[in-house]
Design a binder for this molecule. Structure first.
Ligand code: MYA
Length: 623
């Protein structure tokens, strides 16, 4: 049973646990008036303040020289895989063939973003997204072998390491054939990352820590020789002198002794990856191996994850493109009822949706990576959205490809069956989508809430705050009466004006809905997961709309050969996304839906109490 996700056997209990932590977190956060400027498009969306800087124009994160560098690395890798790699063989072996791994080590495939001085290829985030796509298109298992090493395994050292730590460890993980792993999850701590129990105690001499505990489902756990480990440590608050347990991150070498691994897990997919438990028994860690400072481990863990999530969008865009190619080959060649499949409206709708989902995913991946490359620090929500969206889009695309291929799609040799199995974990690991949705909604609400607090304060001293009050007043009038609201028309090319209008309308309805929820529920909103999930879904759809509008506009303005197709996809996307947003926001407000959420809650309680479905066969016999 996978326990990192919220959608575990008894969804109800898991949601309660998450809710408790999120409630505590919101209560803590609401005491803090967040005055810092946040440039995140999504965070500001919750305030109804639209910061276009991150989204228009579509980021140009690579100049000609960088593009050439990315191409020079990506092309040979793509060729190598198409000529010499068989994903089915890796699955059979339970690991990629040694010759492939050798090649990857030798060509820098394990160190894409490590600076050259430490032995890596010094790729940008945009370059990394491209490599993710190339590898993802071939084998999602191999993507995890490489991704767990670099998206999270050594990423902490790159982001938080001291110069000494970087000099010592980065060459090992880039050219020294040392596999790195990220050890956060524990038997009792999946999505609820701050509840870990692994513990490190400082020695009396103060020179080392003694680490004890165990970690679960660690990718590369049986083959890694270097771990980023998160453990509770006792930390003294420098202001109050009080002692408190806080998470600290450590760089742990297997060679320290006391590090052992369990047998490889028997998994549904990504079977060429090594996943094991890892045990730490009295491991002596030198104090120099604390990563990012004592007590800062939770932020270190979250930021490593934030920093790597866009890679999943790249990976998913790659595999979606593979699925679409297979579906198109079949639609072009298969004749049924006297016609090629591609001539049937039903198949056309599927292909259009699939290719648009791939386009949105790719646009998000490169938007987030591009903003990171351009120096943005406020990308956490966007990175989480790209992870949620891409892993779900890829699932739909693969499933629809199988449907188009019919019986052929179900057969192993077509390759789609393996892709579907491999894809399943992507919605669970690197932050389960359910919890990331709550993260997006609650972080946004926290940000919106701090703004409302500012406003309340402003009303206490109205004469000193006339500007703020007037600005807010006009915005509310605009939102409420649907006039003079957000205008995106000037950001897009002419054929996309109507689509931009749909997006703007969604933005305004969203801001109004957030405000209404905040007034209605206040802090209690953290318990309203039916509503929070719908809010997150609306934010995801709006962010997706903005992405495609921005990218298709760029394509049209620079006359890309694909511009016409990109504009078509953006148009189609905005119509359906707009209608989903309106639907979701309606559900947040209307009594009939709110009642249906209580009904669903009751149904779930009944089934949990009963240990399964409550109803019997409609035959009045007991089976
Ligand atoms: S690795 C394991 C993955 N595990 C997770 O992702 C854990 C998920 N859980 C969480 O993220 C957190 O516990 C949640 C919060 C979100 C539930 N960024 O009180 P809090 C701040 C920045 O809300 P909790 C794996 O799967 C927050 O603002 N800050 O915390 C292998 C607050 O700050 P302040 C954040 O309720 C994958 C403080 O922390 C974030 O306990 C293999 C406390 O917050 C954040 N995100 O939980 C992958 N969250 O106090 C391979 C919270 O200042 C990939 N905070 O207000 C392959 C890809 C392809 C590669 C291809 C290669 C070529």
């Amino acid at each position: 049973m996978i326990r990192t996700g919220v959608t575990v056997v008894c969804r109800n209990t898991a949601l309660k646990v998450t809710s408790r932590y999120l409630r505590m977190s919101l209560a803590r956060r609401s005491n803090v008036s967040d005055q810092t400027v946040n440039t995140s498009f999504v965070a500001n969306l919750f305030r109804g303040e639209i910061h276009f800087g991150q989204v228009f124009p579509y980021p140009e994160a690579a100049d000609e020289e960088q593009k050439e560098y990315i191409r020079s690395l990506a092309e040979p890798v793509q060729r190598f895989f198409s000529e010499r790699y068989d994903p089915a063989e890796s699955e059979r072996l339970g690991r990629p063939p040694e010759a492939v791994l050798d090649e990857l080590w030798e060509t820098g495939g394990y160190a894409l973003m490590i600076p050259e001085e430490y032995g890596g290829l010094n790729m940008s985030n945009t370059g990394y997204a491209t490599m993710c796509s190339v590898v993802g298109a071939v084998d999602l298992g191999l993507a995890v072998v490489l991704g767990a090493h670099q998206s999270i395994g050594w990423k902490g050292i790159l982001l938080y390491g001291s110069e000494e730590q970087k000099r010592k460890y980065l060459p090992m993980v880039s050219t020294g054939r040392t596999v790195a792993a990220f050890a956060l999850t524990e038997p009792g701590s999946g999505s609820d990352a701050s509840s870990i129990r692994t513990r490190a105690v400082k020695s009396e001499c103060g020179k080392y820590y003694i680490l004890n505990g165990s970690k679960l489902w660690i990718t590369g756990g049986g083959i890694a020789d270097l771990f980023t480990v998160f453990a509770k440590t006792e930390v003294t608050d420098s202001r109050t002198g009080q002692k408190k347990d806080k998470v600290t991150a450590f760089i742990v070498e297997r060679g320290f002794g006391g590090v052992t691994s369990g047998p490889p897990e028997d998994k549904m997919g990504i079977r060429c990856t090594n996943t094991t438990e890892v045990y730490f028994d009295d491991v002596r860690i030198p104090v120099e191996n604390v990563l990012g400072g004592e007590g800062n481990g939770f932020k270190v863990a979250m930021n490593i994850l934030n920093n790597g999530r866009f890679g999943m969008a790249g990976t998913m865009a790659g595999i979606m493109s593979t699925c679409i190619t297979k579906a198109v080959e079949h639609a072009n060649s298969r004749v049924q009822f006297g016609k090629h499949l591609k001539e049937f409206g039903n198949v056309q709708e599927k292909l259009a949706r699939m290719t648009t989902l791939q386009y949105v995913t790719q646009s998000m991946g490169y938007m987030v990576a591009g903003n990171m490359d351009n120096g943005s620090k406020d990308y956490h929500l966007e990175a989480a959205i790209s992870k949620i969206f891409s892993s779900e889009a890829a699932w739909i695309v693969c499933d629809e490809a199988i449907q188009i291929l019919g019986g052929n799609g179900f057969m192993r040799p077509t390759g789609l069956e393996k892709i579907l199995r491999d894809l399943r974990i992507y919605r669970i690991f690197e932050g389960a989508n359910d919890v990331l949705r709550l993260f997006v909604a609650l972080s946004g609400i926290k940000y919106a809430g701090s703004h409302l607090k500012e406003l309340q304060l402003a009303f206490k001293h109205p004469t000193a705050n006339l500007g703020l009050i007037f600005k807010e007043g006009s915005r509310r009038v605009a939102r409420t009466f649907g006039v003079g609201g957000t205008d995106l028309g000037s950001f897009v090319v002419e054929p996309l004006r109507n689509s931009a209008h749909l997006c703007a309308e969604s933005i305004d309805s969203f801001a109004l809905a957030v405000e209404t929820l905040l007034f209605k529920y206040g802090k209690r909103i953290v318990d309203e997961q039916f509503l929070l999930i719908r809010l997150a879904d609306s934010a995801i759809d709006i962010y997706a709309m903005v992405n495609v509008l921005s990218r298709a506009t760029r394509a049209a303005r620079i006359n890309l050969p694909s511009a016409e197709q990109e504009v078509l996809m953006a148009k189609a996307w905005c119509v359906h996304a707009h209608s989903r947003v309106q639907g979701n926001l309606k559900q947040i407000n209307k009594r009939i839906y709110l009642e249906s959420f209580s009904t669903m809650s009751q149904i779930a309680k009944n089934v949990c109490e009963n240990g399964g479905v409550v109803h019997k066969l409609p035959l009045e016999i007991n089976l």
